[in-house]
Design a protein around this ligand. Structure first.
Ligand code: MSP
Length: 649
């Protein structure tokens, strides 16, 4: 099935974000990338529709609402606003914001569910899977933690069976393979394309698309004991928003031109399940699903327990919006993983923005003011420049067509670099001294006009990534109107001659790195002061410590205790005797991982009965706690090969 796409229509979507998370740099990244692409395409004359939104159903929302004693609807009504607020702060130009709890969406999900049921593509069966009882959720094998544990809470999973509706997408797999074989850009970049193709060529199972264990979801039409599975519900947002049910004309206009941008972690949903659903519905497939990589922070995975989640609101406050947007898109080739560090952001701010771009604007405007009274002169020879800009625009276009934001920016910065070099080569300050030399004056006019035109074009080129900067440049260049409303095709070299410039503030005042480091350290210290005080025990005499007998031991084996979610029954060897110890470390290790581990055991604790088993001692471990719960845990182990039973003192 080939999408009949009008050349100049561009429909782009972000994933819809789970509202249970606070918005972070990962969410900001996708949305800024889509925003940049939308703005770029608008300036290329496309009819752009840019959609984002929130994914509001599911177990986690239901549980959080219960905890707060409010309805899930009241909860999502409140917290989806975090995302809306962030998009305002990040200057996101989305045309629509969809919430999966909106009536327009619920109707479409039910209509699609019913249609697929009526045509025999959804059937009732039994779902069997690995279930996390405390989280009340199924965990696919691909996401299970070590030893078959829940990736969220770390607890062991149990096999569960329930009645469920299934979507028999697998029968459309050959059609999908054929489509991708013909559309090599159906999934980008190529590494993700290959990943999807090898998945499709393996065994693709029918997908369970309803749940009975959960209430907070869209009821299955005609069988309200079931709610629609969150992903089946969420993916449909992309068609809801362009009028699948209520505006066929709009739907026909935008749908075939759709591009989905997603993180690499959710490509199977977007490149397998969603296209299979579309094939079953007889709808055209997306032009492209473009997958980006993941951000780490200072080399580490972002996580609440590490306290290193990058808050986009703070970044904008500390460094300005456009530098933040620029950094995210320039730092990492789109599709690759990247590492976020404020030091790298400051580096780019100073070199690319303050030095290269800021100085070019400042120097040029200053010279126009000094030598030509602030009015852009008319240079005589314009022909060469049209070739240069033609090339720049072509290269930027090629990069943007592949979503290679970093390459597009490199191209623009090469152009800025050329303009800066042009100043050094032509030395306008020397020409300006030759007032009586008509040739030198004509040359000076040409140089100043060329520089001004380079800046006028640069403002347009950076506009999609840095809209506010483009507007600030435009104002200083003395041009009325809004650069974001301009079209690249209408740009002609030399048309700026005669304009009165309005030189005002420096675009990007340099960040003093020493001052910045000092301020950062002070801030860190302030934060540490604010951090909740650690709980400490009262002072003890050395004898109290000596009274605790600790010895090196080895875990021989670990066994499940059927009644317990947290405990393992451990057999430990002290060299001189073996003991049974119950230990609450089940969430963090599999029995296989524990067998053979050397640990430190407190040997003279009074025996205690835990889950009916007598425990004779306690092994030492260190843990990181969040809200009173251990989020990660490591066993205290002796170094080297010290004999079992050795005393620790
Ligand atoms: N609700 C689903 C999407 C449904 S779309 C029909 C979802 N939501 S999410 O909020 O968990 O994730 C949204 C996006 O954020 C994903 O594309 C994910 O890749 C991205 N990111 C989350 N953490 C990230 C980083 N650390 N770095 C980059 N992007 C990351 O999945």
């Amino acid at each position: 099935m080939d999408a009949k796409t009008s050349e100049k229509v561009f429909y782009i979507t972000t994933p819809i974000y789970y509202v249970n998370d606070i918005p972070h740099i990962g969410h900001a990244y996708t949305t800024i990338a889509c925003d940049t692409m939308s703005r770029y395409k608008r300036m290329k004359g496309f009819d752009v529709h840019f959609l984002t939104g929130t994914d509001e159903h599911g177990q986690k929302i239901q549980a959080a609402a219960e905890k707060q004693g409010i309805t899930p609807q009241a909860l999502v009504d409140k917290i989806h606003l975090n995302f809306k607020e962030l998009w305002k702060v990040l200057n996101i130009s989305n045309n629509d914001f969809i919430r999966t709890t909106e009536e327009r969406h619920i109707q479409v999900v039910q209509a699609i569910f019913k249609k697929l049921m009526d045509q025999g593509d959804i059937y009732k069966g039994t779902y069997e899977g690995h279930y996390c009882v405390p989280c009340e959720t199924y965990v696919p094998e691909s996401s299970m933690g070590p030893g078959g544990t829940c990736p969220d809470c770390g607890r062991p999973l149990t096999m569960m069976k329930e009645e469920s509706y299934f979507f028999c997408g697998s029968k459309y797999v050959p059609q999908l393979i054929e489509y991708y074989e013909k559309h090599l850009n159906g999934v980008m970049p190529r590494i993700r394309y290959n990943e999807i193709m090898s998945f499709l060529r393996g065994e693709v199972h029918d997908q369970s698309v309803s749940r009975t264990t959960l209430k907070w979801g869209i009821p299955v039409p005609g069988d309200e004991k079931h709610v629609v599975y969150v992903w089946f519900d969420a993916l449909i947002n992309y068609v809801t928003a362009v009028g699948y049910l209520d505006d066929p004309e709009k739907f026909r206009h935008y749908w075939p031109a759709v591009r989905h941008m997603v993180g690499k972690d959710i490509i199977r949903f977007h490149c397998v399940i969603w296209p299979l659903m579309l094939l079953a519905l007889g709808l055209p497939l997306p032009q492209t699903v473009i997958a980006h990589g993941w951000w780490t922070v200072d080399g580490e995975k972002m996580s609440k327990s590490k306290g290193n989640v990058v808050n986009p609101f703070t970044m904008v406050k500390d460094y300005g919006l456009d530098p933040f947007r620029y950094f995210l898109l320039r730092e990492v080739p789109f599709g690759n993983d990247g590492d976020f560090s404020e030091a790298a952001l400051v580096g780019r701010f100073n070199s690319d923005l303050a030095n290269d771009l800021g100085n070019l604007l400042n120097r040029t405007l200053q010279m126009i003011e000094n030598y030509r009274g602030g009015v852009v002169p008319e240079g005589k020879n314009k022909s060469d420049q049209n070739n240069i800009i033609g090339n720049v625009l072509k290269n930027v276009d090629e990069a943007m067509d592949c979503f290679a934001f970093d390459d597009a920016l490199k191209e623009i910065w090469a152009f800025i670099g050329r303009a800066n070099k042009y100043i050094d080569e032509t030395m306008p300050w020397k020409l300006a001294k030759e007032q009586n030399n008509t040739e030198a004056m004509a040359e000076l006019d040409l140089v100043l006009m060329n520089l001004y035109e380079a800046l006028r074009l640069t403002a347009l080129l950076v506009a999609p990534v840095m809209p506010q900067t483009a507007q600030r440049m435009w104002a200083q260049l003395g041009i009325e109107g809004d650069p974001l409303k301009e079209q690249y095709d209408n740009f002609h070299w030399g048309e700026g001659a005669g304009t009165k410039i309005q030189k005002t503030e420096v675009l990007f005042p340099r960040i003093d790195v020493k001052e910045w480091q000092k301020a950062r350290e002070e801030k860190k210290m302030e934060e540490e002061k604010k951090a909740p005080a650690m709980e400490h025990e009262a002072e003890i005499e050395i004898d109290a410590f000596k009274a605790v007998e600790m010895r090196v031991a080895q875990i021989v084996k670990a066994e499940e205790i059927p009644k317990s979610r947290k405990l393992y029954k451990l057999e430990v060897d002290l060299g001189y005797e073996k003991r049974t110890v119950c230990s609450g470390i089940k969430a963090f290790f599999t029995p296989e991982e524990l067998a053979g581990k050397r640990v430190i055991l407190v040997t003279n604790l009074k025996p205690a009965k835990l889950c009916g088993i007598e425990s004779n001692g306690m092994i030492l471990a260190a843990s990181v706690k969040v809200d009173g719960n251990a989020e990660s845990l490591t066993l205290v182990a002796p170094e080297g090969n010290i004999p079992l039973g050795s005393r620790v003192s």
